[in-house]
Ligand binder design. Structure first.
Ligand SMILES: [Zn+2]
Ligand SMILES: [Zn+2]
Length: 333
């Protein structure tokens, strides 16, 4: 099969991924093999190829927002059959028995394995996953429009949950990329007013189009205090700016897998029971709940398509905030 392989981490400008012909994987017991149709490109992929996350496996095929068709079954598979359409997200497997799995926090599992990181992912024509970690996709979504739901959407949903915001509340979003443009849609569907903080002109325009109650920069002060906020941009400098506009007792959720250092915080920004918390991966329940909600809204995903061989170009465009919505690799076309 054809796959984009990462042998050595390098800046996206140096085209770190190489198109190669490799062996098509075979599904192990309990696994399905998926013929990849599309794979959306996530900021985490950029962190992987550029070496901001240490690589547990080299070479590795990145990509963890995969949509495709089941084409082979490992021994004992029952939930899916050949021909079913499925999605594969970041959480590839857990041990099911550590203290976190037992507490219902499998996203924090000691032995979690992640797609396109510990195991080869979706920048390839085929990939394998345990049937318990793949999901049916609501029928109204095309493959390319479903792909960004699988990380941007699921992480956005968990971040929204952890922000403590409920219908009728005012929610702040810092950064308006792949994840935030989905959160604004379901948050509005659930009755929230959404305040968007971004400098990028295309992102400001999209936020307005998607019904933001207010759009400004992080240094600006919205007309009212917010009931919760999510930072998607990996910029620690946003933390004090975001705490400054939250009401007492509100939560600031940090959705990123990495962030530049957070500057010293004046205690008054946090006092009065404001909370600061990160979001670590997501659970299978998050994925199931979110995909159902995505179909109910229904979410509109803005996608920009690239060929598999153009994965380096997609990563570079993402690095420079040049993607409107989400970048998607068209693999099986
Ligand atoms: Zn575990
Ligand atoms: Zn991701």
């Amino acid at each position: 099969m054809r796959a984009m392989l990462l042998h050595e981490t390098r800046p996206a400008e140096d085209s770190p991924l190489r198109l190669e012909e490799v062996l098509t994987p075979s599904p192990a017991a309990g696994q399905i093999r998926v013929r990849v149709s599309c794979c959306a490109v996530c900021h985490t992929d950029l962190h992987v190829v550029e070496g901001e996350l240490q690589l547990p496996k080299v070479p590795v095929v990145p990509g963890h927002q995969i949509v495709g068709i089941v084409d082979a079954l490992g021994e004992g598979v029952q939930r899916f059959k050949v021909g079913d359409r499925v999605g594969i997200p970041w959480l590839h497997s857990t041990d099911g028995k550590c203290e976190y799995c037992k507490r219902g926090l499998e996203n924090l599992c000691h032995n979690a394995r992640f797609t396109g990181y510990h195991v080869d992912g979706g920048y390839a024509e085929f990939t394998c996953v345990g049937e318990e970690f793949a999901y049916a996709i609501p029928a109204m979504f095309s493959d390319e429009h479903a792909a960004p739901l699988l990380c941007a959407g699921i992480i956005g949903y968990r971040s929204y949950r952890l922000s403590g915001v409920r219908g009728g509340d005012r929610l702040g979003l810092y950064g308006f990329g792949a994840s935030a443009h989905l959160v604004i849609q379901f948050a509005r569907h659930l009755g929230c007013e959404v305040y968007v903080f971004t400098r990028t002109p295309a992102h400001r325009e999209l936020a307005t189009k998607l019904g933001a109650a207010w759009v400004g920069t992080a240094e600006e002060t919205p007309p009212q205090q917010l009931d919760g906020a999510i930072i998607f941009a990996p910029a620690g400098g946003l933390v004090p700016l975001a705490l400054r506009v939250l009401r007492k007792g509100a939560t600031l959720a940090l959705a990123g897998i990495t962030m530049s250092p957070i500057p010293p915080l004046d205690y008054s920004l946090l006092y009065q029971e404001r909370m600061l918390r990160s979001v670590g991966n997501s659970t299978r329940q998050d994925a199931r709940e979110f995909l159902q909600l995505a179909g109910e809204v229904p979410l509109q995903t803005e996608v920009q398509s690239f060929a598999l061989a153009q994965a380096n170009d997609a990563l570079l465009a993402l690095k420079h905030s040049e993607i409107r919505g989400a970048a998607v690799l068209e693999v099986g076309k």
